[in-house]
Design a protein around this ligand. Structure first.
Ligand code: NDP
Length: 301
């Protein structure tokens, strides 16, 4: 038993953001400033943290960044109106609706109202379809899956692992994470199994995986002894657990853990993404990459 390589998502994301800022400058010099609009409905603290960090990162890349904070009472029609205005706004190239949506608004209707060319979350059925048929050049690909495969490609190259023919198991089948990751792995010629809450004998399925992606949302559900020795593990889960003590501002402390029992996994896997500091930072970098691509496409590049 060794100790797995910790895949440094923060470092990878910083490198990517530096290159995005350079490319953005070229567009800006040509008169087009990439613009990202983020819509947040309600006051979910986790969503507020994500949205703030997206805005900061956009500004750090040299982008035009707008945030629309709407009260929880906002109706679906009001959100659709705002999106229609952003669709028509030439200074905005990317629109992100922060999910989950509180209240009664229908997320499907809202996602489908975003112009596919500005759909930087990659959730519009046109982008999902382009990904499904393998048109990676035209599709805007969801950020977390794109970030995962970026880290995977880098790690596989570092370890000398060939993804073609590898057994890949993805646990979780959401439209945002599990399903698009499975498609990207298929495009790398892995043999992909998509597992979910109805799968029978998850430990047996996982034990076959040369490459394991956990996107479930259950703290440390995947145990170390389920993992095939030498596997590459991408832990997408972000679960907040209570921790001992109080913060400086007197609130109860919390800590983040993934879907994989990390300490146990470290003794089995060849490489694993830590939580936090793995897939999370790459997700934001990929949002900037998608916004840049959308702006470049707008510029006719
Ligand atoms: P969803 O809740 O939409 O999907 C969870 C998936 O896990 C479902 O497909 C569900 O199966 C499956 N599942 C639930 N319980 C089990 C179980 N006991 N055994 C096997 N499968 C199970 O979540 P998301 O896909 O949106 O997110 C997954 C995790 O990733 C969350 O922790 C989230 O916080 C995190 N996340 C992290 C991001 C990042 O930036 N790093 C970005 C987005 C998400 P079924 O379909 O049958 O219900």
């Amino acid at each position: 038993t060794g100790s797995a390589l910790l895949i440094d998502g923060k470092r990878a994301s910083e490198r990517m953001l530096a290159s995005i800022a350079e490319k953005a400058q070229i567009l800006i010099n040509g008169g087009i400033k990439p613009g990202l609009a983020v819509i947040l409905v309600g006051e979910d603290p986790a969503s507020q943290v994500y949205v703030k960090s997206k805005g900061h990162t956009a500004v750090a890349c040299g982008f035009h960044s707008v945030q629309h904070d709407l009260p929880v009472s906002t109706t679906e029609e009001e959100i659709l109106d705002l999106i229609a205005r952003l669709n028509a706004d030439p200074t905005i190239h990317g629109i992100l609706m922060q999910l989950p949506l509180p209240g009664g608004a229908d997320p499907t209707r809202i996602i489908e109202s975003i112009a596919p060319s500005k759909d930087v979350d990659g959730l519009h059925p046109l982008n999902a379809g382009l990904l499904a048929v393998g048109n990676f050049h035209r599709a805007l690909i969801p950020c977390t899956p794109a970030g995962c495969v970026h880290l995977l490609d880098q790690t596989a190259a570092e370890l000398g692992v060939d993804l073609a023919g590898a057994e890949a198991v993805v646990v979780g089948r959401s439209n945002l994470v599990g399903k698009p990751i499975a498609q990207l792995l298929l495009a790398r010629n892995a043999t992909v199994t998509l597992a979910h809450s109805k799968s029978r004998d998850l430990p047996a399925i996982i034990s076959r995986a040369d490459l394991l992606v956990a996107a479930v949302g259950r703290p440390e559900m995947i145990r170390g002894n389920w993992i095939k020795p030498g596997a590459i593990v991408l832990d997408v889960g972000i679960n907040r657990l209570p921790a001992e003590g109080l913060t400086a501002s007197g609130k109860p402390k919390s800590r983040l853990v993934g879907d994989v029992a990390r300490e146990e996994a470290l003794t089995r896997a060849a490489a694993i993404t830590p939580v936090p500091g793995g897939v999370g930072p790459m997700t934001i970098a990929m949002l900037m990459a998608n916004t840049l691509r959308a702006a470049e496409a707008y510029a006719g590049l």
